[in-house]
Write a protein that binds this ligand. Structure first.
Ligand code: SF4
Length: 355
């Protein structure tokens, strides 16, 4: 538990700054730099991934792509392969596009002003603010999911923060709380508080620097805030995925860049006999695998995988560069959607032997 008694009468921002200096995080791999490229990379990686996972990826990614020019010149395949396992691959595609924009529009110098940053692919208002704060000391407000949670609790805002009117009000609140100086420590403090103290399920109010005037704490029910997304019926889609196997190898197809799982490798979709006929393998023996459901933001996908043994056939795919034979033993190096990877890993001989 942190000793916070001396902080209780200070403004919100001053309490956070003092707390961050004493109790916050100071040695994450992306801290202690003013390089906007490194800060941007960490912000994008951290958007949907835990710090513990990002650490290793961040270091390896920087070794492979040390600056924005190298990233812009790389192939998307290389980038997706370095991203393999991090998930949410749209981030990797946007990263590539953004690096190219920085080279084309800014001569390879990463901008540090919020307006210039939000004009780039994949950089929203909060990410732009974080980059501007840490690279340039700009006085700008962040409002990611963790910060929304902290503010909703501190003011007991009993609404879903994804709603437009609520989000607008939260932006105004976030801006009103900004300090005149020490913006870096303040911003890092907000991030640290959301990640380590005011956590989703078990807020540590006794260690919180803003507990003295936290409305949700005063009500005795901090986890009731913020209010979850209203439940709406999610449309459902059903698709066959044809898993074409020959011995210990599987044939995957690159998905179109636009659309779900864009640019990633996955078994082809479609009516199995039509897919097989189109590849010159009509008559291959097939058997259904256990169905998998996967939730996207806007719909639920019911995948029905069908295993086809094509070892007796010489396949003739159209657009051969879009197709790739992959060893089941080296799936971890392949940029595939997580549910597809799980499906394919279960096909390994060792996995079946363990059953
Ligand atoms: S007092 Fe508790 S609920 Fe309120 S901001 Fe701090 S950790 Fe979150």
């Amino acid at each position: 538990m942190h000793d916070l008694s001396r902080l209780s009468l200070l403004p919100f921002s001053d309490r956070l700054i003092a707390w961050q200096r004493q109790y916050g995080r100071h040695d994450l791999p992306w801290q202690n730099t003013r390089d906007p490229y490194r800060i941007w990379l960490s912000e994008i990686m951290l958007q949907q991934t835990q710090v513990a996972t990002v650490r290793g990826y961040y270091t390896r990614f920087l070794q492979r792509f040390p600056d924005v020019a190298t990233l812009a010149a790389a192939s998307l395949d290389d980038i997706l392969a370095s991203w393999a396992g991090l998930g949410y691959y749209a981030r990797a595609r946007n990263l590539h596009r953004c690096a190219q924009q920085v080279v084309d529009m800014h001569g390879g110098r990463f901008p540090t002003e919020p307006n210039a940053l939000t004009a780039l692919c994949g950089i929203g208002r909060s990410t732009a603010a974080a980059i501007a704060v840490f690279s340039n000391g700009r006085r700008a407000a962040i409002l990611d999911g963790n910060v929304k949670r902290v503010l909703c609790r501190h003011r007991a805002i009993a609404s879903f923060p994804g709603e437009k009117t609520v989000e607008t009000a939260l932006w105004a609140l976030a801006e009103s709380l900004l300090p005149e100086i020490n913006i870096e420590a303040y911003t890092q403090g907000l991030m640290d508080l959301g990640a380590t103290v005011c956590t989703r399920h078990r807020p540590g109010c006794a260690s919180c620097p803003v507990v003295a005037d936290c409305a949700a704490h005063a009500l005795g029910r901090p986890t009731d805030f913020p209010v979850p997304r209203p439940v709406r019926a999610r449309p459902e889609r059903r698709e066959y995925f044809v898993v074409l196997c020959a011995g210990d190898r599987v044939l995957l197809k690159r998905r179109p860049l636009r659309g779900v799982w864009g640019g990633l490798l996955a078994p082809p979709e479609g009516e199995p006999q039509i897919v097989l006929a189109s590849l010159g393998a009509a008559g291959a023996i097939t058997r259904p695998l256990p169905a998998i459901a996967h939730d996207f933001t806007h719909f639920r996908l019911h995948m029905q995988p069908v295993l086809a043994d094509v070892s007796e056939y010489t396949l003739r795919p159209e657009h051969p560069p879009d197709w790739q034979w992959v060893d089941l033993a080296s799936l971890e190096t392949v940029a595939s959607p997580a549910p597809v990877l799980r499906l394919l890993v279960a096909l390994r001989p060792a996995a079946n032997a363990a059953d």
